[in-house]
Design a protein around this ligand. Sequence first.
Ligand code: ZN
Length: 198
Amino acid sequence: MDYYGSQMSKLIEQLSLLPGIGTKTAQRLAFHIIRMPKERVEQLAAAMLNARSNIRYCRECCTLTDQELCPICSSPTRDKRTIMVVENTRDLAAYEKTGKYEGVYHVLHGAISPMLGIGPADIRLKELMQRLQGDVGEVIIATNSSLEGETTAMYISRLIKPTGIKVTRIASGVPVGGDLEYIDEVTLLRALEGRVEL
Ligand code: ZN
């Protein structure tokens, strides 16, 4: 029996498809939305549509951006010879917040996970290897210290080693399994400064 009417049920169903949102939360959000002023709902819908249609991957580092080249890659002051490899754009944002890193990034959009069936071809590794054909002095691997992050770090270092480019891994001061984005700036900086050559 449809207690809410089909429009409301459709809204609840769509919301419940979002990650981390169960049926109860979807219902609460749906009721909140229909009580919102119509203009606010229009703004919300427009923001979602605009973000979805205008955000793409940076041509250089693969981070999410609304330009062809992200602000970091197009900055003349960043050191293009140092590339920090991170799992996602949120990790990049965490390092940027420290304000101390002057190199550029490469965003993998995931990590290798044999358990989840995610292989090297499923993340932005090919793009990284292409970048390494340019003038690169050091690759800092800053994937998470989870099993997937470590597997990815090992895989990447083995790929890069034969090129002769210096490969380093951020220090393991980062809590095991901890998502980089939840770690404070001091810990991140310490991990970066204490990086070791692989
Ligand atoms: Zn970029």
